[in-house]
Design a binder for this molecule. Structure first.
Ligand code: IPM
Ligand code: MG
Length: 412
């Protein structure tokens, strides 16, 4: 699959630190975690895997719902690929989202954010669940994720939607419409209406309650995400579509102006503009017209979900969130699927592919990333399917069996 393109040089970190000083040992943020070799260990201490020539420290955030199940598969895959490519990993597991609310009364404990910032990269599974749905906005698991994105300053969210040939039939759209689709959505992740001030609740002139948020972008916020998107487009098909609502919103007019300005430095990229409503339609009507899309936080949230359906299942899509330096945040696009949590039904492949993105974008470990992607491909070729991507004639498996099949292919 083609997720190989991207602004690698922009997102690589300095040579990895070998140890996270004090990370995790200070706190009682302990949970048992499978180290990928069948041993259960406490997560409070850093556990190193082997004495490889390179060593990376990863913070693992399994979160809620199916999160812990799919994270185990990704950790297993990283161990195996590390063994093959002489890469050592030290993993530190921390709580975020509902799990952190239950244990510490907050969706993002300080210790979790600190540990993430001090590690070389962060692998997140998913957060949220029915249990916490009734909490006020500030206390919800989602707030933990937003705090993490803001705290780590990962403003660029790369969400590839690639239709794998094996799964073209699994899409709810016609095969000839979706097959060959390869879109990269570059979503601005730390600004826009998600974070704009003022926001809150109040009362209007009629004494009626109101709720409000502010959609705001500064020039520099647009410039930096535009640069990332142009650089990605350069390494892909050379086409960038900027998506906004400048026929109505001032914030989008500024967005469009700045994207056009940045284009002066990337003349080799073919730039186009599209309103978000039209884009929602075009993505479904003719997805192959798109190469790279750049858009703001909320439009990107929506359009990346729409694009995910082209691929057959949101359970297949990884993502990367990166800043201008430092550790990135790698997570599947899908959520915590509380309806199937703990039933061994989850599709772990988006999580595994997120680990591959981590290897590629954070560390430039192209061969290791490819190993993982190829093993995923082979596993699909062999007919293994979880429920979300099941098709006639294929082998329906749960998360554990998918893991076993994947690991067999990875260790070949
Ligand atoms: C996503 C999710 C999040 C978002 C939620 C869980 C806060 O929908 O990553 O797309 O809106 O960004
Ligand atoms: Mg979303």
């Amino acid at each position: 699959m083609n997720t190989t393109t991207g602004p690698r040089s922009r997102v690589q970190t300095a040579p990895p630190k070998l140890h996270v000083p004090g990370c995790g040992r200070r706190q009682q943020n302990h949970r048992a975690v499978n180290d990928g070799r069948g041993r259960r260990r406490r997560s409070g201490g850093v556990f190193a895997v082997n004495a490889a020539s390179k060593n990376y420290t990863l913070t693992l955030l399994p979160g809620d719902g199916i999160g812990p199940e799919i994270m185990r598969v990704a950790v297993d895959a990283l161990h195996e690929v590390g063994r093959k490519h002489d890469i050592g990993f030290s993993f530190e597991e921390k709580l975020v989202g509902g799990a952190a609310i239950d244990e510490f009364g907050t969706p993002l404990p300080e210790d979790t954010l600190e540990c993430c910032k001090q590690s070389d990269a962060v692998l997140l599974a998913a957060i949220g669940g029915y249990k916490w749905d009734a909490l006020e906005a500030n206390m919800r698991p989602e707030r933990g994720l937003l705090g993490l994105r803001a705290g780590m300053e990962v403003f660029a969210n790369l969400r590839p939607a690639v239709v794998l040939p094996q799964l073209a039939d699994a899409s709810s759209l016609k095969k000839d419409i979706v097959s060959g689709t390869d879109i990269m959505v570059v979503r601005e992740l730390t600004g826009g209406i998600y974070f704009g001030e003022p926001k809150g609740f109040g009362t209007n002139d009629k004494g009626e309650r109101i709720g409000f948020n502010t959609m705001v972008y500064s020039e520099s916020e647009v410039d930096r995400i535009a640069k990332v998107a142009f650089e990605i487009a350069q390494k892909r098909g050379g086409k960038l579509c900027s998506v906004e609502k400048s026929n109505v919103l001032e914030v989008s007019q500024l967005w469009k102006e700045r994207v056009i300005k940045q284009h002066e430095n990337y003349k080799d990229v073919d730039l186009s503009h599209m309103y978000i409503d039209n884009c929602a339609m075009q993505v479904i009507r003719d997805p192959k017209q798109f190469d790279t899309i750049v858009t703001g936080n909320i439009f990107g949230d929506i359009i990346s979900d729409a694009a995910s359906m082209l691929t057959g299942s949101i359970g297949m899509l990884p993502s990367a969130a990166v800043g201008s330096s430092g550790p990135g945040l790698y997570e599947p696009v899908h959520g915590s699927a509380p309806d199937i949590a703990g039933q061994d039904k989850a599709n772990p492949l988006a999580q595994v592919l997120s680990a591959a993105m981590l290897l590629r974008y954070q560390f430039g470990e192209e061969a290791a990333a490819k190993s993982i992607e190829e093993a995923v491909n082979t596993t699909l070729d062999q007919g293994f399917r979880t429920g979300d991507i099941m098709q006639e004639g294929m082998k329906l498996v749960g998360c554990t069996q998918m893991q076993e099949a994947l690991m067999k292919n990875l260790s070949k």
